[in-house]
Structure formats: C-alpha cells, structure tokens
Design a protein around this ligand. Structure first.
Ligand SMILES: Nc1ncnc2c1ncn2[C@@H]1O[C@H](COP(=O)(O)OP(=O)(O)OP(=O)(O)O)[C@@H](O)[C@H]1O
Ligand SMILES: [Mg+2]
Length: 300
C-alpha cells in the first residue's frame, strides 16, 4: 500500500460487498429456490469507481468506512489488490460492513441492501492533508450516505480552494425526495454524473437536454448516463452526445460507476471532454460484459 506521495484522485464514499445470485426463479414466501450461480465481489458505487480507476492506471486514494468483519476485510483486500491507497479507510469496531444481495433472472434484477457502515462516512473523515496530495476529489452514491450530506458542500468548497477539481455521482435516492442538500453541493461540483432517470427526478424535466441545461446552472459540467444509449455531455462550451459501445451485456452492476472511472481517468490528465466521455462509455461497456462491477477490470 502506498502511504505517501502524489495521488491523482481521491474517491470518498460507500464501500460494501455485492452478492450476486444469477438464474434465480422469482421468490415465493415459505419456499426455498435454487440459484444457478453466485458471485461475491466488491460492490459500492464509490469503491467500484476507485477500483476500476486504479486498474485504468490512475493513482487513487480511497476514503470510506468498513466494519471489523469478514466483509470489511474482503473489501479492503480487493481495493489493495487493485493498488488503491487506503490511507483514508476507517475500520469501525463492532460495526457491520454493508452488503447488497442481487437476484438476477435474465436481464432483470432485484436487490436488497443492508447499508451498515456505508451510512457512517462524514465529510470530516476526509483530512485536509490527504486532499493536498491529490488533484481531484470524487464522491459516489451521495443520496445513500446520510451522514455526508451536512458537511459535503464545505468539503467540496475546501477541495476547490486547495486547487482540486471535484465530481459527484448521486445514484438513486432511496428517500425519493431528490434534495438532501444536493443543490448546494452542485455549486462546488466540476463534473456531475447522474443517470437519465436521476437527472429527470432532480429537475422535473422529461427531456435529457433540458435536464442537463438546468443542472448546468449549478454544476460546471453535467454528464448524463443513458445505459445502452450512451451519454449526453453538457458544458459551458457546448453539449454533445456519445453513443454507447455495442457489447453483449450480461450484468449492468457498476456500469455507471465504471463510466465515472473511465471519464475521470482522462479528465484528471487534462484531456478534452470528448475524449473523457469516450473513455467513459468504453469503461461502462466493459463493465457490463462480466458479472459484478469490477470483474472485467480485474482482467485488464
Ligand atoms: N447494455 C449496455 N451496452 C453498452 N454500454 C452500456 C450498457 N449499459 C450501460 N452502458 C454504458 O455504461 C454507462 C453507464 O450506464 P448507466 O447509464 O446504466 O449508468 P447508471 O444507471 O449510473 O449505472 P449504475 O447502475 O452503475 O448506477 C452508459 O452511459 C453506457 O455508456
Ligand atoms: Mg449510477
């Protein structure tokens, strides 16, 4: 593990495990059914982005919270294996690491999450000394991390004052309020990465272009992820669409988080937005070819 030296990106956010059961018949109360396959793999929107970004060659540090249990040690081992600096990982005694159980049947899936330590990260867990070592700060799964909401705008403002750029992925809002202070945070956000559905809920605009424009009054650059339709990028210099890369998709877990990793791998090195977005759709497409958000990046 690297404990000193320069980092390109600090990812702060959720880290948990995913248990993906494939070929699951629909469940019925009182009956036991058999799955065809199962995969235990690193999950968590932010930790998937950190893992895949490191595999794409970036120097990445991670700030997050795990429990002192098997799943926590499992997540830690996977991030370390990918070369992620774990100087900002906190292990909480007596707490349980989060777990999502996905049940997939063909292309459809349903999941249930026990958030555990995922909901315990606070903005104060990101030390200024750690920020000083990096060029960019990314936060994933904003809505899920309730303790992060209060301090997040000040954290992003501090990062920008220190010369870092910032990015944010909100993911689905389990409270379905689509607020949690995100508008204040977006004013200190350089790149915002919602998907199409999330952008619509945040703005009440049906049209992706309109939604991007509205969010662009808050964040500097808005990148809307559109699944197999690719992505739409809005910036003050103009907007454009990027088509998806055609692949045989087997599991969409972590596609958006991988898109973020691809995009940021170029963005932190000063590449033009078109190149960043192409790297995003390539990484998103790579992710869907294997079961789990990081499996295809282990093979890189
Ligand atoms: N079936 C697919 N084929 C090719 N590329 C895909 C496919 N699904 C997703 N992608 C790529 O991955 C990107 C991100 O996927 P998506 O729009 O589903 O993000 P998301 O909803 O944030 O995902 P997540 O479930 O990880 O939060 C897309 O913009 C696209 O480039
Ligand atoms: Mg997403």
């Amino acid at each position: 593990m690297r404990t000193d030296g320069k980092l390109e990106v600090i990812v702060a956010g959720d880290v948990n495990a995913d248990l993906i059961l494939a070929g699951v018949p629909w469940l019925e109360p009182g009956k036991e059914k058999l799955a065809r396959d199962m995969t235990l793999i690193l999950g968590g929107s932010s930790s998937i982005t950190a893992f895949n970004l490191a595999r794409l060659g970036a120097r990445v540090g991670f700030v997050g919270v795990i429990g002192d249990d098997f799943l926590g040690r499992f997540c830690e081992e996977r991030l370390r294996w990918a070369g992620v600096d774990l100087g900002g990982l906190r292990r909480l005694k007596g707490r349980k690491t989060g777990l999502t159980v996905w049940m997939a049947r063909g292309a459809r899936r349903a999941g249930v999450t026990y958030p555990g330590t995922v909901q315990m990260l606070r903005a104060a867990d990101v030390p200024v000394a750690y920020l000083r070592r990096a060029r960019h700060l990314h936060v994933g799964a904003y809505f899920l991390q309730v303790q992060l909401h209060r301090g997040a705008p000040a954290l992003f403002e501090r990062a920008q004052r220190l010369g870092l750029t910032t990015s944010l992925d909100c993911n689905w809002d389990p409270s379905e309020k689509w607020d949690s202070g995100i508008r204040k945070l977006l004013r200190f956000t350089d790149v915002f990465f919602p998907n199409e559905d999330e952008a619509r809920h945040l703005t009440a605009q049906r049209d992706v272009r309109r939604a991007a424009e509205e969010l662009g009054r808050l964040a500097r650059i808005v990148v809307i992820k559109r699944g197999p339709k690719g992505a739409f990028v809005w910036s003050p210099e103009g907007s454009f669409e990027v088509p998806a890369v055609r692949v045989r998709a087997v599991d969409s877990t972590g596609a958006g988080d991988s898109f973020n990793a691809g995009f940021l791998s170029r963005f932190v090195r000063g590449a033009p937005l078109g190149e960043c977005a192409r790297a995003g759709v390539e990484a998103g497409a790579r992710a869907v070819t294997r079961i789990g958000g990081t499996a295809a990046f282990e093979e890189l």
